[in-house]
Design a protein. Structure first.
Length: 223
């Protein structure tokens, strides 16, 4: 477990903009008559693979699954299933990276997003996105997708913007040629303030909405 000794640098994360975000999204969809886009949301880790563990025991696998489920609910409840959204896991089970990739290849979605939380031995904080570090026909679109999601969570919710980065993550390597794909790191569970934020369901819902709105803004401009 990582220990965060930062007590001086408080951050002010927000959830009060939730309904404003929702209104913006409803307006966007009210203007849309295009065919439904297919989206795969990949909640990282699961089962015996907890992912990062926070200072007070919060587990990455639970956070990202809750965010993904809220995205499903928002799509069904408020957006009248405007998207066809599939999850790579719907409960606390361990799905191999290869099986996640096989599902993506079988469905052949318009967008692939892998959800994660970060951890560090330092006082790091904020959100960042990753794109695969080799070129593909979707590299430009993947960057735009990741940046759109990043902008929503940082501008609207107050997370520090850590930027777009490149890495050879397997889940990106095996989906990069299928569709625009990004891996999103939604806060540090080893940061006292961000872990506290992630413990509240209303904030998880706000993160889900910000992520969904980032996807929507990307679709409106790129697809």
């Amino acid at each position: 477990m990582f220990i965060n000794t930062n007590t001086k640098h408080k951050i002010k994360l927000k959830n009060v903009v939730f309904w404003m975000l929702l209104l913006k999204m409803c307006i966007l969809f009210g203007q849309d008559n295009s065919p439904k886009k297919v989206i795969i949301i990949d909640p990282g880790h699961g089962g015996k693979d907890t992912g990062a563990i926070g200072i007070n025991g919060i587990q990455e696998k639970d956070i990202v699954l809750n965010i993904a489920k809220h995205m499903l609910t928002l799509n069904e409840t408020f957006l009248n299933n405007s998207y066809n959204i599939y999850l790579t896991r719907y409960k606390d089970t361990l799905i191999s990276l290869s099986d996640r990739s096989r599902l993506t290849k079988a469905i052949h979605p318009d967008i692939f997003i892998s959800l994660h939380c970060n951890a560090s031995k330092s006082i790091a904080k904020g959100n960042e996105v990753y794109i695969h570090n080799s070129c593909s026909s979707f590299t430009k679109e993947s960057i735009a997708l990741g940046l759109s999601i990043l902008n929503e969570s940082t501008h609207k919710l107050g997370f520090r913007k850590r930027g777009v980065k490149f890495a050879d993550f397997q889940v990106l390597r095996e989906t990069k040629a299928i569709c625009p794909s990004s891996l999103v790191e939604l806060g540090y569970v080893t940061n006292t303030d961000e872990e506290e934020y992630l413990l509240k369901n209303k904030n998880i819902r706000a993160l889900a909405l910000a992520t969904l709105l980032g996807i929507t803004n990307y679709i409106k401009t790129e697809l």
